[in-house]
Design a protein around this ligand. Structure first.
Ligand code: 13P
Ligand code: SF4
Length: 303
């Protein structure tokens, strides 16, 4: 048996489901049972019947799966794969702003640690943030950690006031207006599809703004044949798989999340080969309860 056949056999034998994000390598997406954006993955984690979950993505995704399924065993293909942005906001910063603004709701992008989620009122992902924030009863919103997503949401929900954090995703932050303009000049007429983690000046150049799965969905339904993509290049795998007749160009040369790329087929194979000796995602009991609430609230409000 080759590695892929072994992985398939172990999935059944070890009662394990593989969930993967669109930013991991294409060969990993191919052996996953489900590939999605952050919202779809969190939702899927509550629906799977298997007792074990292997997450191919970054740590906060595995933590969310564990929070929503405390009785299941959640493993990571690479426990070192972490999200840079998730580490940009600390519990102390959140506590300070909460003390200064006691009436504000803390809206926490799912790209955050369990410790920070535990201090938050609700979680959001890029695909549901506007919908969820609109439904919050509080008028004042402290949005953590992504300041670009926060401004995108604030523009769409002018009836609320926002306190911004200064977090960002380095992958999206690095895309410049010059990159977009020169890519547009090379592919005249190709619409720009951008992730809301991009800075506002990039979003101004976009024809469509959405999460990874919304970008994939938009490209599939569009009558256009060529697109400029302003997000991590892992999405190209699914874009090309679903649209072999269309062309996709990155907005800049290096739109790569080095943490997502730590997840490889070899690591998936290694973890599954010896599941019993693998370290699981374990969170403190007191934190589990508090951090689960904002995630469950998101799932309820995003419906
Ligand atoms: P989505 O897949 O929800 O668009 O999130 C992008 C991301 O940065 C995940 O880390
Ligand atoms: Fe975090 Fe950005 Fe990587 Fe997503 S792409 S995991 S937001 S660092």
């Amino acid at each position: 048996m080759n590695k892929i056949e072994e992985i398939k056999a172990w999935k059944k034998e070890k009662d394990i489901v593989i969930l993967a994000h669109y930013y991991v390598e294409g060969d990993v997406q191919e052996i996953a049972d489900f590939v999605g954006d952050s919202y779809a993955l969190a939702k899927k984690a509550t629906e799977v019947s298997q007792q074990n979950i292997l997450f191919c993505g970054v740590r906060f995704m595995g933590e969310s799966a564990k929070l929503l399924n405390p009785d299941k065993h959640v493993y990571m293909a690479d426990l070192e794969a972490d999200c840079f942005m998730a580490r940009m906001v600390t519990a102390e910063q959140v506590k300070k702003v909460k003390a200064e603004h006691p009436l504000a709701a803390v809206v926490c992008y799912v790209n955050s640690t369990a410790e920070v989620k535990a201090l938050s009122d609700v979680c959001v992902t890029s695909s549901n943030a506007i919908r969820v924030v609109k439904k919050m009863k509080e008028k004042e919103i402290f949005f953590i950690p992504d300041n670009h997503l926060a401004h995108f949401v604030a523009d769409a929900v002018p009836e609320k006031t926002f306190i911004f954090h200064n977090g960002f995703c380095p992958v999206h932050q690095d895309i410049t207006v010059n990159d977009i303009k020169s890519t547009k000049a090379q592919h005249i007429g190709a619409p720009v599809l951008a992730h809301p983690e991009c800075p506002a000046e990039i979003l101004k150049e976009a024809d469509f703004i959405g999460s990874t799965s919304e970008i994939i969905d938009f490209a599939g339904k569009s009558g256009e044949k060529e697109f400029i993509i302003a997000t991590e290049t892992g999405v190209f795998h699914q874009l090309l798989k679903e649209n072999p007749d269309k062309k996709f160009y990155p907005a800049m040369e290096k739109q790569v999340c080095t943490n997502m790329k730590k997840v490889t087929l070899d690591k998936v194979h290694e973890v599954l080969s010896d599941l019993d000796s693998q370290e699981e995602i374990i969170l403190r009991d007191d934190m589990m309860e508090a951090a689960k609430e904002p995630l469950e609230k998101m799932l309820a409000l995003a419906k």
